[in-house]
Design a binder for this molecule. Structure first.
Ligand SMILES: NC(=O)C1=CN([C@@H]2O[C@H](COP(=O)(O)OP(=O)(O)OC[C@H]3O[C@@H](n4cnc5c(N)ncnc54)[C@H](OP(=O)(O)O)[C@@H]3O)[C@@H](O)[C@H]2O)C=CC1
Ligand SMILES: O=C(O)C1=N[C@H](C(=O)O)C[C@H](O)C1
Length: 246
C-alpha cells in the first residue's frame, strides 16, 4: 500500500500545492483539514501528516502525532520558544521533521553559512540577513532568516540568543554592536521568498542569496521529507537529515 499522507491547511497556498505533489510522488492523499476542523480523524487515517498552517497550531498537531504514533512534517514558521519546546517534546514519541525551509537550495546555503561563519572572524565580518516575502506573510523575520542566523551563530561557536539579534533599526540606534546578527524584513507584492546573508567587512563583502520563484520547491521537499520519515524512530529531524547533508 502506498504511503498515506494527510495535509492540514489543505486550502492554503502550500496546502493546495502539497496535494498535487503527494499525487505526483505516487503517495495516497489521506485527506485534509481547514481551520476549525478536528484534525484527529485526519491523523488516524494518515501515516504522515504535513502541516503548513500557522505557528499556533503546531503544538496541537505535534501532540496528536505523538499520541497516535504518526509522522509529522512541520513547515509552519514563527513558532515561539514555548511552541518549539512543545514540538520537541512530542518528537520524543513521534518522528517529526521540522524545517524553516524545505527547498534544497536553502538547506545548502544554511550549510555554507555555518562554514563561512566559522572561517570569518566575527570582529571583522558583520553578519546581516535581508529577506523579502509577499504581503500576506504574518511573521518576521522569516523562519529561514532565523535559521540563517542560527547557522551563523553555530559556525561562530555560539547561539543566536548569545550573539544577540539586531532588527528593526530605526532612529538613533547607536553604532552596530560587534558580533551581533542583523535582520531586515521587506514585505510586498507576491514575492515567494528571497534571502541574502551578507558578511560585511571593512574591505570586502561576501553575499549568499537564495531566491524561490515557485512554492513547488517547498512542496516537493516536504513530500520528500514525508517519504523519508516513514518507518523512522521518534525524534526531531531537520531537512539537512533528509537530504543527508550531515
Ligand atoms: N518551511 C517552509 O519551507 C515553508 C513554510 N511556510 C510556512 O507555512 C505556513 C503556511 O503558509 P501558506 O500556505 O503560505 O499560508 P496560507 O495562509 O495560504 O495557508 C494556511 C492555511 O491553513 C489554514 N489553517 C490555519 N489554521 C489551521 C488549523 N489549525 N487547521 C487547519 N487549517 C488551518 C488557513 O486557513 P485560514 O485562511 O482560514 O486562516 C489557510 O488555509 C506559514 O507559517 C509559512 O510561513 C510557507 C512556505 C514554505
Ligand atoms: O511564508 C512564506 O511564504 C515562507 N515562509 C518560510 C519562512 O518563514 O522562512 C519559508 C519561505 O521563505 C516562504
Amino acid at each position: 500500500m502506498s504511503l498515506r499522507i494527510g495535509i492540514t491547511g489543505i486550502a492554503g497556498r502550500m496546502g493546495q500545492l502539497l496535494s498535487e505533489e503527494v499525487a505526483a510522488a505516487g503517495a495516497t492523499l489521506a485527506g485534509g483539514t481547514a481551520r476549525g476542523d478536528d484534525p484527529r480523524a485526519l491523523f488516524q487515517a494518515s501515516d504522515v501528516v504535513i502541516d503548513f498552517t500557522n505557528a499556533h497550531s503546531a503544538p496541537a498537531h505535534a501532540a496528536l502525532a505523538a499520541e497516535l504514533g504518526k509522522g509529522l512534517v512541520l513547515g509552519s514558521s514563527g513558532l515561539s520558544a514555548a511552541e518549539e519546546k512543545a514540538v520537541a517534546e512530542a518528537a520524543q514519541r513521534a518522528p517529526i521533521v521540522y524545517a524553516a525551509n524545505f527547498a534544497t537550495g536553502v538547506n545548502l546555503v544554511l550549510a555554507l553559512a555555518e562554514k563561512l561563519a566559522a572561517a570569518l572572524p566575527a570582529e571583522q565580518y558583520d553578519a546581516e540577513i535581508v529577506e523579502m516575502h509577499h504581503r500576506q506573510k504574518v511573521d518576521a523575520p522569516s523562519g529561514t532568516a532565523i535559521a540563517m542566523g542560527r547557522a551563523v551563530a553555530k559556525g561562530r561557536g555560539t547561539t543566536l540568543e548569545e550573539a544577540g539579534r539586531e532588527s528593526g533599526r530605526d532612529g538613533h540606534t547607536g553604532a552596530r554592536k560587534t558580533g551581533t546578527i542583523g535582520f531586515a524584513a521587506l514585505r510586498g507584492g507576491q514575492v515567494v521568498g528571497e534571502h541574502t546573508l551578507l558578511f560585511a567587512a571593512g574591505s570586502e563583502h561576501i553575499a549568499l542569496t537564495h531566491r524561490s520563484f515557485d512554492r513547488r520547491a517547498y512542496a516537493t521537499g516536504a513530500v520528500r521529507a514525508a517519504q523519508w520519515l516513514s518507518g523512522r524512530a521518534p525524534g526531531l529531524y531537520s531537512m539537512s537529515d533528509v537530504l543527508g547533508l550531515g
